[in-house]
Design a protein around this ligand. Sequence first.
Ligand SMILES: Nc1ncnc2c1ncn2[C@@H]1O[C@H](COP(=O)(O)OP(=O)(O)OP(=O)(O)O)[C@@H](O)[C@H]1O
Length: 355
Amino acid sequence: MIEVDIQHRLGDFALDASFSTPVGVTALFGRSGSGKTSIINAIAGLLRPDRGRVSVNGAVFFDTDKGIWLPPHKRRVGYVFQDARLFPHLSVHQNLRYGGQHDEARIICLLGLQGLLERQPNRLSGGERQRVALGRALMCDPQLLLLDEPLAALDGPRKAEILPYLEALRDTAEIPIIYVSHAIAEVARLGTSLAVIRNGRVARVGPLEEVMADPASLALLGRADAGAVLTAVVQRHDSDDALTEVACAGGTVLLQGKIGQVGARLRLRVPAQDIILSTQAPAGLSALNALPVEILGITEGDGPALAVSLKAGDERLLAQISTRSARAMNLSVGSQVYAIFKVTAATPDFGQGES
Ligand SMILES: Nc1ncnc2c1ncn2[C@@H]1O[C@H](COP(=O)(O)OP(=O)(O)OP(=O)(O)O)[C@@H](O)[C@H]1O
């Protein structure tokens, strides 16, 4: 359990953030300048807040009321930055061992570093460098891992290469991870909890699927980023049409290209703005996905759009439609409709599960 409650003034910027999240990956998501890095710097001890308290699994890092302040090196926190910050004169193996040798064999295997150990950092790709930085942080035996935009400097293919390693880390690590990002696709793929940071405050926090399916997320995350996350299992690949068929709680969904191995579990983010609602099963439409859903709620937003909360099996979808459409279609809570979307809308951005 991570418990954060900090207040701090940085020039004109006021940080006033509090959240508590269970073990897993807590994604801190927000625009540039919203205060994400300041929050994790306070957790790491690189920034000393004016007031507050931070504890991780019961270990108190600081508590201004009780006069507790642990210096950074006593917090056992692993920190990975956007740029890997490896020592250029040391080999990969020497870089890994710089802070410790905790669980070395397993970490090298988990991050696929076996073939890289004797290389110098200047002979690594950006993705490989980040894997080494992750390994180095883990070999210090941290009780908390802080990842500050670790993929931001990488191009699409390099992101695709490193994401499965981060997923493996999430699924096997026994320590909490805080993952800072302003890329919703990464957050949706890796997070277990989501804290939305706005103007130095935590605007919303909770289990990732719940926050992303909440109609309020339309205003909170913005039109381009709002959209619920479905869990899917790969059923088969259709090489003739270059499609992947996956099973979700609400029915079968088709994705573009060959995604994952048969049997692999995926997370699909379906953007709210990409869903079309229909009162009838679609015919004569090019969109290939049409899930039967029930309307759970219709929420007015700031503008002319409505957020429609949908039940697909035992999962949630979120659609954004115009007030005029809702009126013309006579939509109401309890209506059975179809959620229609193109294969591209649900296809993960970075070749999910290809490893
Ligand atoms: N030392 C400082 N003095 C004054 N203002 C600062 C200082 N450090 C950061 N800020 C301001 O605090 C705010 C939050 O910065 P922070 O780096 O925490 O945001 P962020 O969400 O991590 O942004 P990014 O995604 O761009 O890294 C910004 O408005 C920034 O300009």
